[in-house]
Design a protein around this ligand. Structure first.
Ligand code: ATP
Length: 230
């Protein structure tokens, strides 16, 4: 579904990614694990079109994404939940979720909202509450719900556990499992290897902008856990 070939990303003189190649197949969940500054967000941002690729190719669903804008990539079926659970703080929970569906026909957006509220009951319970009144974990649920509000084929989750208490890491994990059960393909990044490895089929260990190891969870567990302490 997603093929990244020799992707390099640079910010001025800083090389954030150096010839990274990654594959995500339909129905799979794949983890990109690495410490602070490893290049995880740079990769996600290159896939959604927020930062340009200095070189390399990103192919989604058979289409080379070079030269396509963020909105076009979203319409092609790429959903994105940013690092740091960025929600619109003064908008209600429902408004936040629906903000992801701008441009979608109203009937479709409403049907999607029903599905999302069924999947994450919290969103119905807190529908009319401003997002800034929610806890960090609850806001992360809202951010993920917004990302899936357009029923993306591929969901990108950038550090969904960042700054969350263990109990909320458990709730977010349950939410991710529910999306997997419904067939969503997922590429997630995390520094916290331990809980993330429980959710995925395969993982790539990234350090200094390069893929150091990749394999099934069993194959790379030890290396990935060591990375957590760097
Ligand atoms: P974190 O967990 O801290 O978000 P990360 O693995 O997501 O880390 P990136 O944010 O992709 O890593 O950063 C990779 C490298 O690129 C780092 O050295 C970082 O300082 C640098 N970098 C990231 N964004 C920019 C930017 N906008 N301008 C300059 N350098 C940047």
């Amino acid at each position: 579904m997603l093929t990244i070939e020799n992707l390099s990303v640079r910010y001025g003189g800083i090389e954030a990614l150096n010839k990274v190649s990654i594959e995500v197949r339909q129905g799979e969940s794949v983890l990109l694990v690495g410490s602070n500054g490893a290049g995880k967000s740079s990769l996600i941002n290159a896939v959604i079109g927020l930062v340009p690729a200095a070189s390399g190719r990103i192919v989604f669903d058979g289409k080379d994404l070079a030269g396509t804008s963020c909105p076009v990539r979203a319409r092609l079926g790429i959903g994105y939940s940013p690092e740091g659970r960025r929600v619109f703080r003064s908008l209600t929970v429902t408004e936040n979720v629906l903000s992801g569906t701008l441009g979608t026909p109203m009937a479709e957006a409403k049907a999607n909202l029903e599905w999302i509220q069924d999947t994450f009951p919290l969103l119905r319970e807190r529908a009319n509450q401003p997002a800034n009144q929610l806890s960090g974990g609850q806001q992360q649920i809202v951010a993920i719900a917004r990302a899936v509000s357009t029923m993306p084929k591929l969901l990108l989750l950038d550090e969904p556990f960042l700054g969350l208490a263990p109990v909320w890491i458990g709730h977010i994990s349950d939410a991710i499992r529910e999306l997997q059960r419904r067939g969503t393909t997922i590429l997630m990044t995390e520094q916290m290897a331990r809980p993330a490895l429980k959710l995925v089929d395969r993982a790539y260990v990234i350090r200094g902008g390069e893929v150091r190891r990749s394999g099934t969870v069993d194959e790379i567990r030890d290396v990935a856990l060591a990375e957590e302490y760097l």
